[in-house]
Design a protein around this ligand. Structure first.
Ligand code: MEV
Length: 423
């Protein structure tokens, strides 16, 4: 059972001490703890099997967001990300909504969609009904592809047949709805679509072209909501400003894109840390944000009857806890263990909560100090490192730049030169 780690104390620890704290709080296995203790932790032979033409690996920092209560349970959430502020943002948002019980989440299910595109169908309306009438035959073909999935309670759940007007005329598009349970499910549903395709060609007397999943996984929606008391966010003025800021994201695609980018800062970082497909989740999120014809915010902010700031988010979340890199990548496997989720659904729900937390913290910063204050403080360390500072020099250079009131490459070089001269 995860214990609450004091956010302030945790942040002030060394990376090694933080990891020890996380291991203790989560009861992480020795193998996973050892994996996380080794920063260059992807062996070349494992990496070489993951992609083609592998020449190297790139290390990205992994931080742990503290203080999250999700559905009444304490969570430590790993985020793999190169951007400063993001892990701190999630922890800050989580700390500020603990008084109201943290995040409540739900999920619409774990159903993925595979598309089969059929061209040249002479009588598409009749062909549509022909396919719909063969649902049981289709079920048998699809369920015949993956006995393990059936053993785990997944499998074919239904079909839809759409007639899509295109620049090349009417196309028939079959959707297979498949519950992929704890797998993200791309391979499963693609196999079903490919196996079924020849029969669809016969039944429709058309030509089957694409047989591939849809990343608009709108049968796999993760939802999270939370409320923040005004006294925990700096007062009613801040609350109202955050609602006004979010109203712009609800109406203006220029702001919605930035708002959703902030949400994805948190979401993609957990997706990456757990070895899931960041591009799939991002494509799904942005397509869902545009589902009504114009691109909108993925989150909504309003004032609840108690006067709290109330936030809600809903988006497709095609992530798994089995298959792919979630198990093949040893660090992802260890980080997945650290999340203590029981399966894909719980992981998706925690990730949605992280997205909402991230959005809260970004809006809060934007409506109070502005984003640069916190960002630049952390950015200064990167600038110092770029200028060549190492070890304790980094803090010395950051302090010198803060004293001078300028954070820049030249100020960092100058500060480093004087620090070394004095030393
Ligand atoms: C920066 O990576 C993300 C923000 O721009 C998000 C937002 O504006 O809501 C701060």
């Amino acid at each position: 059972m995860t214990q609450a780690l004091d956010a302030g104390v945790f942040a002030a620890l060394s990376p090694e001490a933080r990891l020890n704290g996380v291991v203790e709080a989560t009861g992480l296995s020795d193998a996973s703890a050892a994996q996380l203790r080794e920063p260059s932790n992807l062996a070349p032979d494992v990496a070489n099997h993951m992609i083609e033409n592998m020449i190297s690996t790139i290390a990205i920092p992994v931080g742990v967001a503290t203080g999250m209560i999700v559905d009444g349970r304490e969570r430590l959430v790993p985020l793999a990300i190169e951007e400063t502020s993001i892990v701190g943002f999630v922890s800050d948002a989580a700390a500020r909504c603990r008084a109201t019980g943290g995040f409540s989440t739900s999920m619409s299910g774990t159903v993925m969609i595979a598309q089969v595109q059929v061209l040249g169908v002479a009588n598409p309306h009749a062909a549509r009904l022909e396919i719909l009438a063969r649902e049981e035959e289709i079920r048998a073909i699809c369920d015949g592809c993956d006995s393990v999935l059936l053993e785990h309670g997944g499998g074919f759940r239904g079909l839809e047949v759409r007639l899509v007007e295109s620049s090349q005329g009417m196309m028939l598009v079959l959707h297979l709805l498949v519950d992929t349970r704890d797998a993200m499910g791309a391979n499963t549903v693609n196999t079903m679509a490919e196996r079924l395709a020849p029969r669809i060609g016969e039944w429709t007397k058309g030509t089957v072209l694409l047989r591939i999943l849809s990343n608009l996984a709108d049968r796999r929606l993760a939802r999270a909501r939370a409320a923040w008391r005004v006294e925990d966010i700096g007062g009613a003025q801040v609350r109202d400003a955050m609602v006004s800021a979010s109203a712009l994201a609800a109406s203006d695609p220029y702001r919605a894109a930035t708002n959703n980018k902030g949400i994805m800062n948190g979401i993609s970082a957990v997706v990456l840390a757990t070895g899931n497909d960041t591009r799939a989740v991002e494509a799904g999120a942005h397509a869902f944000a545009a589902r009504e014809g114009s691109y909108r915010s993925l989150s909504h902010w309003e004032v609840d009857p108690e006067g709290n700031l109330s936030g809600a988010i809903e988006l497709p979340m095609a992530v798994g806890t089995v298959g792919g890199a979630t198990r093949a990548h040893p660090t992802a496997r260890a980080l997945l263990e650290l999340t203590q989720v029981s399966g894909a659904e719980e992981l998706a729900r925690v990730i949605a909560a992280v997205g909402l937390a991230q959005n809260f913290a970004a809006l809060h910063a934007l409506c109070t100090d502005g984003i640069q204050k916190g960002h630049m403080a952390r950015h200064a360390a990167n600038v110092a490192i770029e200028a060549g500072a190492t070890g304790p020099e980094v803090e010395a250079v950051v302090a010198a730049m803060a004293k001078r009131g300028t954070i820049s490459a030249s100020a960092a070089r100058e500060a480093l030169r004087s620090h070394r001269e004095e030393a």
